[in-house]
Write a protein that binds this ligand. Structure first.
Ligand code: 2PG
Ligand code: MG
Length: 418
């Protein structure tokens, strides 16, 4: 088989699910083609330590660098040599965290090259990423009730109230159960609040005039109903995206909707109470992204029964992850390729995490495209879960791709569970 040599690279800007302009790249190789588009975190939710999305001059500045330096250097390279491509992107950038070209710019190139190579070699992307296997199917962690920076108006303070069908045996069943819970929550909200008009947030989670405890009560009722009907256990989780709640001057977490403030100590106690009361299986970004110590304290108190997860704290960055491993700050981490800028970068971080006993969770961004590559990365890197919403075309694009993988590789890719 001939090598997938890069012949041509085309790019354009398209619009993501939030209607924000984003970069899409097409890579043409001998005998193959790959297309990737960049997702985007919400202002106020994007991590302080992740790679900036674009150059300091914005998307236009990134496009200039793409034309002048990146595309000419990539023509003639072998698209299957991921390390070389990603190393070249790092060299062209020349900063520690893609501050010159932007993480979104580099990640679309990195991903489109990988997809083009897989296409030319006639194999699915997950197989190119991990040729020998074993592979595994992640359980989908789905956002059902939203708040924080992803929603408007009076909504819960925490960003995401999540579910995962821990008892599901197949990916299709797991996806279906999350959809059933989503539907059930809509019905419950309609009954409970005459003012509820079916509003949803950036990730198609419901938003409603609730505080976080009320949101968990509604979600818990929906999970119970669906579990009773199907006999499958479904558990709840949270992503607080606590940077947005944190007031660095006053050193408190501000809950606007609930109308209260919590000191770091109170935040810790509050979360431990929620974990007990609602039997939560998952809590992400419970504290601000400079506070390794409080993550560690929560992990020490509740890590045996609840997955304490770092997203903005580690920002998919190997150095920050290493520091967190030393401090035992989390039992799991979120991996978002555009936070670190390349597939190789995301892989290095994932391996580091797994070698040190951390679970990894491949994740979408709140602003998404139809790109389904994170589904393949989750399978290749044996992620415990994939966090990619419940509903909406751009969310289901990843989940439906997992259904296709499950169908084609039944014996080889199985749900491992949590
Ligand atoms: O905080 C998160 O985990 C993500 C995805 O849900 O949000 P954003 O992409 O807005 O940073
Ligand atoms: Mg998060």
């Amino acid at each position: 088989m001939s090598r997938p040599i890069i012949k041509e690279i085309k790019y354009r800007t398209v619009f993501d699910s939030r209607g924000v302009e984003t970069l899409e790249v097409d890579v043409f190789v001998d005998g193959g083609f790959g297309r990737a588009a960049a997702p985007f975190g919400a202002p106020g939710s994007r991590g302080e330590f992740e790679a900036p999305a674009y150059s300091p001059e914005g998307l236009d500045g990134s496009i200039k660098i793409l034309n002048q330096f990146i595309i000419p250097s990539l023509i003639g390279m072998d698209a299957s040599e991921q390390h070389k491509i990603d190393e070249l992107l790092k060299q062209i950038d020349g900063t520690p965290n893609f501050e010159r070209i932007g993480g979104n710019t580099s990640v679309v190139i990195s991903t489109a090259c990988a997809k083009a190579a897989a296409d030319a070699l006639n194999m699915p992307l997950f197989k190119l990423m991990a040729p020998e296997g074993p592979w595994s199917m992640p359980l989908p962690l789905g956002n059902v009730i939203g708040g924080g920076a992803h929603s408007m108006g009076p909504a819960p303070d925490m960003q995401e109230h999540l579910v995962v069908a821990v008892g599901a045996k197949t990916i299709k069943e797991a996806i279906k159960l999350n959809l059933m819970v989503h539907e059930e929550v809509g019905k419950l909200l309609e009954k409970r609040d005459p003012g509820f008009a079916g509003g949803t947030d950036d990730e198609n989670a419901w938003t409603a005039n609730l505080d976080d405890v009320q949101a968990l009560e509604v979600l818990g009722e929906a999970c119970r109903k669906v579990s009773q009907r199907t006999g499958v256990e479904i558990r709840m989780g949270l992503d607080l995206a606590a940077d947005r709640l944190w007031d660095p001057e006053k050193k408190v977490y501000r809950y606007w909707r609930e109308g209260c403030e919590r000191t770091t100590r109170e935040q810790l106690d509050f979360l431990c109470e929620l974990i007990e009361r609602f039997n939560l299986i998952y809590v992400e970004d419970a504290f601000n992204s400079n506070d390794y110590e409080s993550f560690s304290a929560l992990n020490k108190r509740c890590g045996d029964r609840c997955i304490i997860c770092a997203d903005d704290l580690y920002a998919s960055n190997p150095e920050r992850t290493r520091a967190g491993i030393t401090a035992r700050s989390a039992g799991a981490m979120i991996v978002k390729p555009n936070q670190v800028g390349t597939i190789t970068g995301a892989h290095i971080t994932s391996q580091l995490a797994k070698e040190n006993g951390l679970k990894i969770i491949l994740s979408h961004r709140s602003g998404e495209t139809m790109d389904d590559s994170i589904a393949h990365l989750a399978v290749a890197w044996k992620a415990t879960m994939i966090k990619t919403g419940v509903k909406g075309g751009e969310r289901l694009a990843k989940l439906n791709e997992l259904i296709r993988i499950e169908q084609s590789y039944k014996e080889m890719v199985i749900v491992q569970g949590i």
